[in-house]
Design a binder for this molecule. Structure first.
Ligand SMILES: Nc1ncnc2c1ncn2[C@@H]1O[C@H](COP(=O)(O)OP(=O)(O)OP(=O)(O)O)[C@@H](O)[C@H]1O
Ligand SMILES: [Mg+2]
Length: 254
């Protein structure tokens, strides 16, 4: 029996003036899988992400989440649909602590005003926030200001904050960029657990091939706004079109 796709991108097109950043892109993400979207710089990966998370309005095509079309919904609706994202350029509250940054992520659930929520979180919420901080391995940095964390830990903090909405779909734009090998290994384990243990569907844009090849169930490759290949890490690793897109014409024959 085939499972309905969790996310279904159909003929997505995005134009910025005369530039077509994404051209008739179609791919499907299966539930509970880690799906990577890769491709050279400027391929249109972040633009695709920004359409799914509803920051950009596509010029054409459809985006369906569990069969429901979301292409017309505002970004503010995404949390309630269980879609969380991190940013290619971090968007943390630098002058707030690790705990407060994750706590802010929980506010999407609540009805209390932000001030009251931040100054007097319930014991239940505090425990939940601590469990997320623990999940990403930052409990010892709970009171550290976000700006004082090293870059790898800031990235993990962003993921903890994204988890605060209890997402069903987690969109990660280059989570491994700038990380040291040790931090990439922690990220590898964390994302694998989120998909395998929690059933969270992960869509990942990433240039760090070591991570992509290790954790992805499926990979979609873009170049110049178009899909040029898709398949398992094994299939993608030896696909001449992919090698050529990354290394230039003729590279696949060398
Ligand atoms: N807001 C925008 N306005 C105009 N052009 C844009 C905008 N966002 C992206 N572009 C252009 O669209 C193309 C695709 O950009 P995008 O950021 O999606 O690439 P990417 O695959 O994420 O690249 P990278 O790996 O470098 O992050 C690029 O030519 C980029 O300059
Ligand atoms: Mg990008």
């Amino acid at each position: 029996m085939s499972v309905a796709p969790f996310l279904d991108i159909q003929g997505l097109t995005v134009r910025f003036g005369g530039l077509t950043a994404v051209n008739e892109l179609s791919f499907q993400v299966q539930p509970g899988t880690i799906h990577a979207l890769i491709g050279p710089n400027g391929a249109g990966k972040s633009t695709t992400f920004n359409c799914i998370s509803r920051y950009y309005q596509p010029s054409g095509g459809r985006i369906l989440l569990q069969g429901q079309e979301i292409s017309h919904l505002p970004a503010s609706r995404m949390a309630s649909l269980g879609v969380a994202r991190t940013f290619q350029n971090l968007e943390l509250f630098n002058e707030l602590s690790v705990f407060e940054n994750v706590l802010l992520g929980c506010h999407a659930h609540g009805t209390r005003t932000l001030g009251a929520f931040l100054s007097r979180p319930s014991a239940e919420i505090r425990d939940f926030v601590d469990s997320l901080i623990d999940r990403v391995g930052l409990l010892h940095e709970r009171q550290t200001l976000a700006c004082e964390l090293d870059f790898g830990h800031q990235k993990l903090l962003e993921i903890a904050r994204a988890l605060a909405i209890k997402p069903r779909l987690l969109l990660l734009d280059e989570p491994a960029a700038g990380l040291r090998n040790r931090d990439i290994e922690s990220l590898d384990q964390l994302l694998t657990k989120l998909a395998r243990d929690d059933g969270i569907t992960v869509l990942l844009v990433e240039h760090v091939m070591q991570l992509v090849m290790s954790i992805s169930d499926h990979i979609t490759v873009m170049s110049f706004g178009e899909k040029i290949a898709e398949g398992t890490p094994q299939q993608i690793g030896k696909d001449p079109r992919v090698i050529e897109a990354y290394l230039g014409k003729g590279a696949a024959h060398e």
